[in-house]
Design a protein around this ligand. Structure first.
Ligand code: NAD
Length: 488
């Protein structure tokens, strides 16, 4: 029998085995709103022993959860979607308050996650195996999919609800139990995910959420042999470390890492549409998106006209209070990000780039910035800035545009604006990235699509059946009818 509403208050301490743990209130850390700089809540940052307790809890129920009927898992995921939908305004509020997200971005994030939960519910009845032609007389041969057991997840701050729930939902759908380590900067959103599942009737221990320091808690998750796979989304530097730690122990891992995605504007493009596409694809969430189209590569014949229109559009974007529905550019997650970005802009100016607008900051707020004449030797071309800074690059022709696009260690997404079908198909095949969007922007994700990167942007795919493949193990099973004949 499924119980509802076990937890009826805002969670601020680790959620382990279906309960918020008791902690000394004096040991709580303030949670600061990036827009106001003021503390609005507190959270307990877990210690390694809490992570171990969470793994204990997930391990203890892995077989029970792994043997639930698909319809039971489906129902809980559908309920979780309904619970989230019914808590929409509260969750939107938290995404704004804790993560500095704008009102529009927060609404989008909640709607998307409702879709993730429904999509994962649908996967529960589609965990298909195969029957295999068998070359042994009287034997039936098949491949069946089984859960992995305990899955660990480590999530970043920028889309804290989407990027954690996408891991949790498909892992639970596949019959795994889960230990989630949310970003230190969005711990409360991580705990909100636990609350949603708790209200949906998820049995204790199946999902555990442990906020705290990444290196400290991540080390426990990677080292514990009971955790069979670590799913990571975050920076490339941290992802590589996690990959090394898991590989040393022969543990599976899935890495979704950084990006420096290109938007190619070809000479036949509708420039008004290209400008709108470039602006949305870069400036949403202040550029703090792995898929942000931060390199805008424009063919020479339309370069100057594109820049004029793009600068005008950029200057029109409202910067300010993220609660104001008209605001496009809210605060960056932390103030230290601003001087980091400004230093890279200064360095690119010294190498010949032109700042056409923006380039300045106050507190956590960085003005939307357009840099023109950016070249591959500049760090703004190569390095992820995670801020509202567009690097516009001039390409001699389509060949040059494709070469420039591929001239980076990253390969998450890319996009092309053109109506030339042959060129569009060539870009789809030749651009080195996990996804290519023709006549769309670099930011695009759907719960049931295979999302992921190549090169230093990642390995593995998340979404729909691809998540289910990563989160189950194939087992070969044969059944002999009658007795087999042996040579001796
Ligand atoms: P981050 O790498 O600093 O942190 C991500 C998570 O890793 C956090 O939970 C953090 O606590 C944890 N962590 C940090 N050090 C760790 C360690 N040594 N061991 C284990 N865990 C550790 O990233 P961030 O600043 O939160 O997010 C921004 C980055 O994430 C950007 O690089 C962005 O491109 C990337 N990102 C990628 C995707 C994608 O799908 N490819 C999506 C969103 C963000």
């Amino acid at each position: 029998m499924i119980a509802y509403n076990r937890i009826d208050k805002n969670m601020t301490t680790p959620y382990i085995n279906g309960q918020m743990i008791d902690v000394d209130p004096a040991a709580m850390t303030p949670v600061v709103n990036p827009a106001s700089g003021k503390a609005f809540s507190k959270v307990f940052m877990a210690r390694p022993e809490h992570m171990t307790r969470a793994i204990d809890a997930a391990y203890a129920v892995k077989d029970v959860w792994g043997n639930t009927l698909p319809s039971e898992r489906e129902l809980i995921l559908i309920r979780a979607a309904d619970v989230l939908d019914s808590m929409r305004s509260e969750v939107v509020d938290l995404l704004i308050e804790e993560g500095g997200a704008t009102f529009g971005k927060s609404q989008f994030e909640v709607s998307y996650v409702v879709g993730v939960l429904r999509s994962a519910a649908g996967e529960c009845r589609r965990i298909m195996g195969n029957t295999i032609p068998c070359d042994t007389p009287g034997r039936i041969s098949m491949a069946i999919r089984r859960p992995l057991g305990v899955v660990g997840g480590i999530a970043p701050f920028n889309f804290p609800l989407i990027l954690a729930t996408k891991k949790v939902a498909f892992a639970l759908a596949a019959g795994n139990t889960f230990v989630l380590k949310p970003s230190e900067e969005t711990s409360l959103v991580g705990l909100k995910i636990a609350e949603i599942f708790d209200k949906a009737g998820l049995p204790p221990g199946v999902l555990n959420v442990v906020p705290g320091d990444g290196p400290t808690l991540g080390a426990v998750l990677c080292a514990d042999p009971r955790v069979k796979v670590v799913l990571f989304t975050g920076s490339t530097a941290v992802g590589r470390q996690i990959g090394v730690e898991c590989a040393r122990r022969g543990k599976k891992f899935d890495l979704e890492m950084g990006g420096k995605s290109p938007l190619l504007v070809m000479k036949d493009a509708n420039l008004k549409y290209a400008v709108d596409t470039a602006a949305f694809g870069l400036f949403i969430h202040q550029g703090q998106i792995c898929m942000a189209g931060s390199r805008i590569i424009v063919e020479e014949p339309v370069y100057d006209e594109f820049l004029d229109l793009f600068v005008a559009k950029t200057k029109s974007l409202k910067v300010g209070d993220p609660r104001d529905p008209h605001t496009v550019i809210g605060p960056l997650i932390r103030a230290s990000q601003c001087p980091f970005i400004a230093e890279r802009i200064d360095a690119s100016k010294a190498q010949g780039a032109r700042v056409l607008c923006g380039g300045t900051y106050e507190g956590n707020y960085f003005q939307p910035t357009v840099l023109a004449d950016v070249t591959p030797s500049m760090s703004v071309f190569q390095e992820e800035l995670f801020g509202p800074v567009a690097s516009v690059v001039k390409a001699k022709n389509a060949d040059d545009a494709i070469q420039l696009a591929n001239n980076t260690r990253y390969g998450l997404t890319s996009a092309v604006i053109t109506n030339d079908l042959q060129l569009a198909m060539r870009c789809a095949l030749e651009l080195e990235s996990g996804s290519v969007h023709i006549n769309g922007c670099t930011i695009h994700d759907e719960p049931h699509a295979p999302f992921g990167g190549v090169k230093d942007s990642g390995m593995g795919r998340e979404g729909g059946q691809w998540s289910m493949d990563e989160l189950t193990q194939l087992k070969w099973v044969t059944i002999q009818q009658g007795e087999a004949h042996y040579p001796f």
